[in-house]
Design a protein around this ligand. Structure first.
Ligand SMILES: [Fe+2]
Ligand SMILES: [Fe+2]
Length: 136
């Protein structure tokens, strides 16, 4: 089952962010069809991927002085907290909780986060780059 159709994932005009989002989408879709053993492995990969993905966006926000970085970073932290909690349950063999989270919550969160927080960040990055170009 495809949880997120890759063709419908919003492109942001930032290739680095877009490739991160493509990887997230791919992992989530693989998880939906995985057996319990594979699922646990993919969930761990998703957590590692997401830590890096958020770290990179946080760095871009700091570098460019993104005005809404407090809210955006807090949202990243909230999701990382949830992923970490479900990973702990998975490590105890409780697969159903993490599966429900991955299939019922994460796709909708991801789609919304892309069209709001991440889109606003990329718009800001493009504006910041343009104003830098016009100064130099
Ligand atoms: Fe993102
Ligand atoms: Fe983000």
């Amino acid at each position: 089952m495809t949880l997120i159709d890759p063709d419908t994932v919003l492109k942001t005009d930032n290739s680095q962010i877009d490739s991160s989002h493509a990887e997230f989408t791919q992992l989530l879709n693989q998880m939906s069809a995985a057996n319990n053993l594979e699922f646990a492995k993919l969930f761990a990969e998703l957590l590692t991927h997401t830590e890096q993905h958020f770290q990179e966006e946080n760095r871009l926000m700091e570098q460019s002085g993104f005005p809404a970085q407090t809210e955006h970073k807090a949202e990243h932290q909230r999701i990382l907290g949830e992923l970490t909690q479900f990973k702990k349950r998975l490590d105890k063999g409780l697969v159903a909780f993490a599966r429900a989270y991955a299939t019922e919550k994460l796709p909708a969160w991801f789609t919304l986060h892309l069209s709001t927080a991440d889109s606003a960040l990329v718009e800001h990055l493009i504006r910041a780059l343009k104003s830098k170009d016009s100064v130099t």
